[in-house]
Design a protein around this ligand. Structure first.
Ligand SMILES: [Fe+2]
Ligand SMILES: [Fe+2]
Length: 169
């Protein structure tokens, strides 16, 4: 008979699969758009959204969503793992192989360190019952670097011009 543990494991697998399918269909949609198939692109977007619905349902069912303070703590841990343990050896290998993955690995390792810091800042605020102070959040669309407030200069991670940053809603 299936046990709670089995379902817990199944949820993890399903959440990972659906999350990946969402990103993949998003990429496929952009490609279909570029290739001149806007309706195929729309279908990919709809399916991508459907996979997000599934992924979020699975995450909720496995009690993967806590209080905002708990979620920020989890986010700090996740980003910290990525820039301290996960990416450094991956980057090293890609550099050795002279694989084109080295660019995004290199950007990601720097961006995740910043993400961890920003989450830590947010956690401090939330712990004292406050929201994050910064009114604006800007995202570098090339490398994933995030800045609170309008960027003063080029992206410190990838060098993109500040006017190319995206202001988040
Ligand atoms: Fe990150
Ligand atoms: Fe950047």
């Amino acid at each position: 008979m299936p046990t709670v543990t089995d379902t817990q494991e199944n949820l993890k697998t399903a959440f990972a699969g659906e999350s990946q399918a969402n990103r993949k269909y998003t990429a496929f949609s952009r490609k279909a758009e570029k290739d001149g198939f806007p309706k195929v692109a729309r279908l990919f977007r709809a399916a991508a959204e459907a996979e997000t619905i599934h992924a979020l349902g699975h995450l909720a069912a496995m009690d993967g969503i806590g209080t905002t303070a708990e979620n920020l703590k989890a986010a700090v841990a996740g980003e910290t793992y990525e820039f301290t343990e996960m990416y450094p050896p991956m980057l090293e290998q890609a550099q050795k192989d002279n694989h084109r993955a080295k660019t995004m690995f290199g950007w990601a390792v720097k961006a995740e360190a910043v993400h961890a810091e920003l989450y830590r800042e947010a956690l401090e605020a939330v712990r004292t019952g406050k929201d994050l102070e910064a009114a604006e959040v800007y995202l570098c669309p090339a490398c994933g670097h995030i800045e609170l407030g309008q960027p003063a200069g080029k992206c410190p991670t990838c060098g993109l011009a500040p006017e190319r940053f995206r202001r988040m809603d």
